[in-house]
Design a protein around this ligand. Structure first.
Ligand code: SF4
Ligand code: SF4
Length: 470
């Protein structure tokens, strides 16, 4: 039994520690030592005096003069200048622009995206699959996501399109992955069978346990949805030899910010992983986080991170996606110039067949990218890739966290700006320290957990023997 709970001790991180001082390196504290994070390479070095001199040399190296005595440079350089075009290899289909819930903050405005409730026709869905297979480079995996509104309002098209896309993949010898984001309330046994047969990733939107969920995610009638979600989770979790993952996505608002209790409650419900997503922008401004909320949110998320740490050290995975994805970004450090594939390799499709930068831009002219019938408008995509590239985000140029954050979600930045940078840097700072600690305590275990195929210990003594480079 792991001794964890909401009242556990946790590190407190101050703004003094995380504010950007130098764009090329940043000091980070793990529990046992002070480290220097080298922005150009992603390396973490012990900050002893000798190594600090080396750090400066490495920072120079990142600017083009690579010194010869570096043991390990992790980063690979990508997209140093904005690409002109990127082929689509992932689509999310808004197959039902309608919903049975009335979530108070819904970005999709109860699924309608500000228009009239609509279902995607099977013709548009199949044309989307054809477009995806035409566009995706051979050899690259293809992903097809079903979203809404509530996608299970259009069950027939969900089932037909999955079978159609899987058959296309089989005939062309290509790999395809399916996912669905659902409120779970409409799930039936035949849907579960579909998820099982096609190895879906099923993301369930749920904002807490009992009333904590119900005050944010009621039915349109006002009745709470939690008990129904719980019943349907039973259906999902009880499948023998389950071949699909069930993830929880929690939208965090000022009304459900007690994350450790929610984290433990959702683990108890059997979710394979839990993701907390802060609410930064809703169509009406309802439930948006602001000011002090972000400081409190950071402390709450760090408490969950500490639970993850205790679990890791006891060989028990407490699957917090916020930690896992950040540790992966640190471990496989790349000089990422975009926070996600939106407007590039990933796009959203509206019920009528419009192409948009991602699922959150559906029916929004700011993210319009073309149509399924005619394909991506090259001018629109070039403009997007240029405008959204990290090198064109002036606020980020001096930020030490820029290649881990990559400028933050386009939708939130376009609609609200960057009110959460201190929170983002605080979380990245914490995760860098956590990464260093876990790498010291069990490097092979951490590499295996993060999916590093080269799961062998490469911890290396530096040439002067005074420290380590991760
Ligand atoms: S958006 Fe991210 S990279 Fe840009 S300044 Fe804020 S924290 Fe730094
Ligand atoms: S723009 Fe934001 S919401 Fe859209 S895919 Fe990227 S991170 Fe997600």
């Amino acid at each position: 039994m792991i001794p964890i709970g909401p009242d556990m001790d946790y590190p407190v991180i101050s703004l003094n520690e995380t504010s950007p001082l130098d764009p090329e390196y940043h000091f980070v504290n793990s529990t046992s030592r002070q480290l220097v994070f080298i922005v150009g390479s992603g390396s973490l070095l012990d900050s002893s005096a000798v190594l600090f001199r080396k750090a400066n040399t490495i920072a120079d190296g990142a600017n083009g003069n690579e010194p010869s005595d570096i043991v390990s440079i992790k980063a690979s350089y990508r997209d140093a200048v904005p690409p002109k075009a990127v082929p689509i290899q992932s689509l999310s289909l808004a197959i039902a622009q309608k919903c049975n819930l009335g979530c108070t903050y819904c970005y999709a405005e109860q699924g309608t995206f500000g228009g009239k409730p609509d279902n995607m026709s099977s013709e548009v869905a199949k044309a989307s699959v054809d477009r995806l297979f035409l566009s995706a480079p051979v050899g690259q995996p293809i992903t097809l996501a079903f979203m809404g509104g509530e996608p299970l309002f259009n069950r027939e098209v969900l089932h037909q399109t999955t079978v159609y896309a899987a058959e296309n993949a089989r005939l062309s010898g290509r790999e395809i992955k399916f996912s669905i984001t659902t409120n779970a309330t409409l799930i039936r046994p035949e849907d579960v069978a579909l998820f099982q047969q096609y190895y879906f990733t099923v993301t369930v939107s749920i904002d807490g346990i009992g009333g904590s969920n119900d005050k944010l995610r009621p039915y349109i009638s006002g009745k709470g949805s939690f008990e129904d979600i719980k019943e349907k989770l039973g259906l999902l979790m009880s499948v023998p030899n389950r071949k699909f993952k069930v993830l929880a996505r929690v939208t965090v608002t000022p009304k459900n910010i007690g994350l450790p209790e929610i984290f433990l409650g959702l683990l108890d419900l059997g979710f394979d992983s839990i993701q907390f997503s802060p609410m930064l922008k809703s169509p009406t401004g309802a439930e948006e986080l602001s000011g002090e909320d972000f400081n409190f949110l950071l402390l709450q998320l760090i408490k969950c991170g500490e639970m993850f740490r205790i679990g890791f050290n006891s060989k028990q995975l407490l699957a917090l996606q916020n930690v896992m994805s950040t540790l992966q970004r640190i471990h496989f450090y790349q000089l990422e110039s975009y926070p996600c594939g939106a407007g590039g390799g990933y796009m959203g499709v509206s019920a009528e067949g419009g192409l948009y930068a991602c699922h959150r831009f559906v029916n929004d002219k700011e993210g319009y990218m073309g149509t399924i019938e005619e394909g991506v408008n090259p001018e629109k995509q070039r403009e997007w890739l240029n405008d959204r590239h990290l090198s064109n985000q002036n606020a980020c140029a001096s930020c030490w966290a820029r290649y881990l954050c990559s400028g933050s979600c386009h939708h939130e930045v376009i609609k609200r700006g960057r009110p959460a940078c201190d929170y983002i840097r605080g979380w990245l700072y914490y995760c860098l320290g956590l990464y260093a600690d876990l790498m010291e305590s069990d490097p092979i275990g951490l590499r295996l957990l993060l999916g590093d195929k080269k799961a062998v210990c490469t911890e290396t003594e530096t040439d002067d023997g005074t420290g380590i480079i991760y």
